[in-house]
Ligand binder design. Structure first.
Ligand SMILES: *[C@@H]1O[C@H](CO)[C@@H](O)[C@H](O)[C@H]1NC(C)=O
Ligand SMILES: *[C@@H]1O[C@H](CO)[C@@H](O)[C@H](O)[C@H]1NC(C)=O
Ligand SMILES: *[C@@H]1O[C@H](CO)[C@@H](O)[C@H](O)[C@H]1NC(C)=O
Ligand SMILES: *[C@@H]1O[C@H](CO)[C@@H](O)[C@H](O)[C@H]1NC(C)=O
Ligand SMILES: *[C@@H]1O[C@H](CO)[C@@H](O)[C@H](O)[C@H]1NC(C)=O
Length: 332
């Protein structure tokens, strides 16, 4: 009995899907392929992937989203890794160290000396929480692409997950994500993330210009949970001020990320592709973030928040042992 197994590890953002296709090709037509769903790939996606794999006509995409995002420039460089692009805004939200201590699980230390080494003038008694409001585009591995999706949440970098007083991890306990994108939603939930399916405005892009805005380069982004109170909106305008250096953003965006601490997500954001190095590829912005999201108990509004609006390519390695990142400092 001749049986071929195609074990395809399909990594996506922030998703790992294992699918095994059993193909008894010596005595069956392709139509009788048996599919075994080892993890959470939707049947529809599996069919599309398999039909691509076996060269039968490609199903037309059900997605109605059209985005202006540039293509993934590194998919062909890392064909066997999960890659994609992340377009959007990432900004620093200073909160009191005391509040950070209440929000971050008590078993994990906060590496204050690590962020002070990068930001010597950061106000005393404060901690840099992070907001990310991004659109994931052309996420793919092994030639399989998943639909784009959006996500947003508040994250907590410089967390001492391993209790070594050295290695920085980013705690990302909650994500508001595109409703209906089962691969992305389940992929995040498998990290122990609190996942809130939501509608986004704009629906298929990272942000949109506010018409007739008073300040130059004013853009908005908004996410609202379908079923709960969770939501997050941003309004950012261009600024000349550089409160935090680019090196700080590179540092925390590349920290291994966890939710329940059982596994870690290693997203490597590249700042050196044409997406980011183009003129105005990185724009400094200042604005307001309003959020209702765990672990904050009630609605928060932060004004005069400084960040970057940019598109970056990324490589993502999913569901790794957090312990294996002991001493990891990100790519230089
Ligand atoms: C990022 O998204 C914005 C808003 O949709 C768009 O204007 C910009 O061109 C995108 N950047 C890239 C490099 O695709
Ligand atoms: C690509 O994936 C392989 C296998 O998971 C991993 O060992 C390698 O480090 C990844 N490459 C990058 C650049 O992260
Ligand atoms: C990030 O910052 C930490 C703490 O200062 C440092 O140890 C690490 O080397 C930095 N990583 C990179 C890639 O700059
Ligand atoms: C952690 O490391 C920093 C910098 O090396 C040091 O100042 C601090 O005392 C250490 N904390 C503990 C609890 O060992
Ligand atoms: C971009 O940066 C990554 C990570 O530091 C490196 O592996 C890659 O070679 C760089 N690519 C270019 C074109 O410089």
């Amino acid at each position: 009995m001749w049986t071929t197994y195609f074990d395809v590890a399909l990594l996506s953002s922030p998703v790992l899907a294992f699918l095994t296709i059993q193909h008894p090709k010596m005595h069956s037509k392709p139509s009788s392929l048996q599919y075994f769903l080892v993890s959470f790939v939707s049947l529809l996606f599996l069919r599309c992937a398999a039909s691509t794999y076996f060269g039968t006509p490609q199903h037309t995409s059900l997605s109605v989203c059209t985005t202006v995002d540039q293509p993934n420039p590194i998919a062909s460089i890392y064909p066997n890794n999960a890659t994609g692009t992340l377009n959007g805004t990432v900004a620093v939200i200073p909160i009191s160290l005391k509040l950070a201590r209440q929000l971050i699980p008590p078993q994990y230390g906060i590496l204050e000396h690590a962020y002070r080494a990068l930001l010597p003038n950061f106000p005393q008694g404060m901690y840099p929480a992070i907001v990310q409001a991004v659109h994931d585009h052309e996420v793919q591995a092994f030639g399989y692409k998943i639909d784009d999706f959006s996500r947003t949440g508040i994250e907590f970098p410089f967390v001492d997950l391993l209790n070594d007083n050295h290695t920085s991890f980013k705690w990302a306990p909650s994500l508001i994500m595109s409703a209906g994108h089962d691969i992305a939603l389940k992929g995040a939930a498998d990290y122990g993330t609190n996942v809130f399916p939501a509608t986004f405005e704009p629906g298929c892009d990272a942000y949109r210009a506010v018409p007739k805005a008073k300040k130059p380069g004013t853009t908005y982004f908004s996410a609202r949970s379908l079923t709960g109170a969770e939501g997050l909106t941003t309004l950012f305008s261009s600024t000349e001020e550089e409160l935090f250096p680019l090196s700080f953003f590179k540092n925390f965006t590349n920290q291994p990320t966890f939710a329940d601490g059982k596994t870690c997500d290693n997203m490597i954001r590249l700042f050196n592709t044409s997406l980011t190095t183009a003129p105005n590829g990185i724009e400094r912005v200042k604005g307001t973030v309003r959020a209702t999201i765990h672990p904050f108990a009630e609605e928060q509004e932060w004004r005069n928040v400084y960040g970057l609006r940019m598109d970056t390519a990324f490589i993502e390695n999913n569901y790794l042992s957090c312990e294996d990142f002991r001493g990891y400092s990100g790519l230089e």
